[in-house]
Design a protein around this ligand. Sequence first.
Ligand code: HEC
Length: 175
Amino acid sequence: MKSRLKVFVTLLLSSFIASQSHSADDSKQLSVTEETFRCLSELAATGRFFVGNILGNLDDTLAVANSENGGSFPPGSLVTLVPVEAMIKHEEGWNPATNDWEFFLLDVSEEGSRIAARGGAEVVNQAGSCFGCHQLARPEWDLVCGENHGCAPLPFSLEQIRDVQKSDPRCMRKD
Ligand code: HEC
């Protein structure tokens, strides 16, 4: 009985690990925790969305985000449009299928962020797979949809997006 339980737990754990690691090369994975995701106003505003760089290379991230003809975001880039969703670029080779972007779905509150889902093409919100929509951006835009990079538009006006950005509950944190 005991050993069958052990086999069961081992199988459960290995399928969990397999679903976590998908095709990613873990040596290229940057460390991302719930603390990585903070109030949007702590990030740099660029056009419609906000950016940061968890490796400290904000200048190169901003240069691509503000470029008129796109480019490849450097490792460490964090991009976010609304508090509950973000993309982070790992080191080159982490997951070539997603240009090394990892997608995050967050639960946010005055206490901070909780990671509800993270990974590659398997991460979904109510409208579908993050990657499914973002891969429609033309190649020079590195999976960033923006207003007119080739993705189908979201059913929200810029004004509605701005309202959601302004009401990020994480900005009420005391620390
Ligand atoms: C139905 C298609 C669709 C789905 C599903 C989707 N997105 Fe997006 N996303 C868009 C579009 C279109 C924009 C650009 C919106 C704008 O600026 O008006 C966008 C914007 C963004 C941005 C800002 C940078 C950019 O690409 O413009 C981030 C970051 C982002 N989405 C992350 C995510 C994450 C993470 C998920 C999954 C949890 C997700 N998205 C799911 C279509 C989608």
